[in-house]
Design a protein around this ligand. Structure first.
Ligand code: AHR
Length: 539
């Protein structure tokens, strides 16, 4: 309650100041960065009130045969950074440390023209082909078995994409047989002849990619695709009953067929699938016209998209009288708008061209933080999510011949991977100071999400969309107070357009946040302007 008065803000600010003077802070954000105090937010935290157990797969990622994601990204044989398999050890070590739970592969648009048989067997016999989604050359030196070996080393699980563009349901089922049947059949014995005795047991599959898009190889109508997905699903399930199958939903809410596509597809294949895909790339040009405060509210539009697609799923469930509720797979999401035109998306017949090499700034990282909050808040329905992508292509990790650096968006994503564990909390935030955003009404400056781990650790993720002012936060612990602070970090800066690069890899990195002060069941802290913060308290 103290934070409802201006007096309260000053009290907390000075408490934080005392802590700083006592040397408790490592490298706190500079107060000059937070030009003023904008108001107070009351957060009610009740650790008995959880939303759903968190499926860590909502923080998966994506690797496509596109540009330098695979070649030069994770696979660079014959170079000093490669291991005996040709895998880049620096990238592999980083991804293992990140604990990325799931990686979607091999595309993306690429998959709709991909023949998986070209990428298995002795490397010397694999064909070099023209790749038509990105106008590149594909050598097939990295294929399904290399990917699955890499997944094992990276400590991640595969989300396999299927070609339902030029590919057939028969070859989709053949791939399941190649990967998951032990022995004694045509395709399982082919795998064994390739030196892999044990089946992989790949469970999660995407039935095609963005088949609603006129840009997609093999693009077709919703009804045609829905029938093809049903046929593929039926054949695949004959081979392996344990599969989790994801139908291709709309590739974004701006398409003219948004939601209608989803409904028509599900009317054909509802009984054969477990989830439906959503895709979304955010930009600070078209809708927002460069207005950064508006841009930082766009995670609310992701939530709107989630609610709308979930409503369509439930509608089809209703008309089918089905007991099954579909889950959502947000298997492509990120900021992407700069490297999106002309040469940036056209490989011009080259192998491993520089494509979609978006360089991210601070405001992009802040929105990525907000998008993570939105995924957490919807984790009762969204069971899979993939930051698109992981290396070099619209990615948190960038490589060159001698090393790698971490983009700004790496940091919020890595916090989600490290700290969002257990169950998503229903965080109640009392309406605090807000601003007007076209189409969204009054948007609160602070966006708060949280998790509760099995050991009682509480984690809060806080986006401050206010470009000029810091805000006070007062947490009321409704159950047990989280008195033991474990970590507090903030990503902020004076320049929203600041980027990392090989020349300055640490220009935008997290700093230690001011330590919150807890007494009598309530915790007070201040989040600076233009920031994304994480706080963790032990039980
Ligand atoms: O992630 C880049 C591309 O974006 C993917 O290939 C496609 O699915 C989407 O349009």
């Amino acid at each position: 309650m103290a934070f409802r008065s201006r007096r309260g803000f000053l009290k907390a600010a000075s408490a934080a100041g005392v802590a700083a003077a006592a040397g408790h802070l490592l490298a706190p954000f500079s107060r000059a960065q937070a030009s003023g105090l904008g108001g107070a937010f009351r957060v009610d935290l009740d650790t008995r009130r959880t939303l759903a157990p968190l499926d860590r797969n909502i923080f998966g990622s994506f690797l496509e045969h596109l540009g330098r994601a695979i070649y030069e990204g994770i696979y660079d044989p014959g170079t000093p950074l490669a291991d005996g398999n040709g895998f880049r050890t620096d990238v592999l070590d980083e991804i293992r440390k990140m604990q990325v739970p799931m990686v979607r592969y091999p595309g993306g648009n690429f998959v709709s023209g991909y023949h998986w048989l070209d990428g298995v067997g002795p490397k010397k016999d694999r064909p070099t082909v023209l790749e038509k989604a990105w106008d590149s050359v594909e050598t097939n030196q990295f294929g399904t078995n290399e990917f699955l070996a890499w997944c094992k080393l990276a400590g991640t699980t595969p989300l396999m994409g299927l070609n339902l563009g030029t590919g057939t349901p028969e070859m989709a089922a053949a791939l399941v047989e190649y990967l998951n049947v032990e022995k004694g059949t045509k395709w399982s014995d082919l795998r064994r002849s390739h030196g892999i005795a044990e089946p992989y047991g790949v469970t999660n599959w995407c039935l095609g990619n963005e088949m609603d898009g006129p840009w997609q190889i093999g693009h077709m109508s919703a009804t045609e695709y829905g029938e093809k997905a049903a046929d593929a699903g039926r054949q695949m399930r004959y081979v392996d009953r344990n599969l989790k199958l994801i139908a291709c939903g709309s590739s974004g809410p701006r398409t003219s067929t948004f939601l209608v596509w989803d409904r028509e597809v599900l009317e054909q294949c509802y009984e054969y699938v477990d989830g439906i895909s959503l895709h979304r790339y955010f930009d600070n040009t078209t809708e927002t016209a460069g207005n950064s405060a508006y841009f930082l509210a766009l995670n609310l539009s992701m939530e709107r998209q989630i609610n709308q697609v979930a409503a369509v799923c439930d509608y089809v469930q209703g008309i089918k009288r089905s007991p099954k509720k579909l889950w959502l797979s947000f298997d492509e999401w990120n900021v992407w708008y700069r490297a999106r035109n002309g040469v940036d998306v056209d490989g011009q017949g080259r192998q491993a061209p520089h494509l979609l090499e978006e360089v991210y700034n601070l405001e992009d990282a802040l929105l990525v933080g907000g998008l993570i909050n939105s995924l957490l808040r919807n984790s009762d329905r969204v069971r899979v999510g993939c930051l698109a992508q992981l290396v070099n292509v619209i990615a948190p990790i960038m490589t060159n011949a001698t090393g790698m650096y971490l983009q700004t968006i790496f940091y919020p994503y890595n916090w989600a991977l490290q700290y969002a564990r257990g169950a998503a909390l229903q965080v109640l935030v009392e309406p605090g100071p807000s601003y007007e955003v076209p189409g969204y009404g009054k948007v609160p400056y602070l966006d708060v999400a949280g998790t509760l781990d099995a050991d009682g650790t509480v984690t809060l993720f806080i986006l401050n969309r206010d470009l000029s002012n810091g805000h006070q936060v007062e947490i009321t612990w409704e159950a047990k107070a989280g008195s033991r602070l474990l970590d507090s970090y903030v990503l902020t800066g004076s320049d929203l357009k600041a980027m990392n690069g090989f020349d300055a890899p640490k220009r935008v990195v997290p700093q230690a946040a001011e330590k919150p002060v807890t007494s009598a069941g309530s915790t007070k802290m201040e989040v600076p302007a233009r920031s994304y913060s994480v706080y963790r308290w032990g039980a």
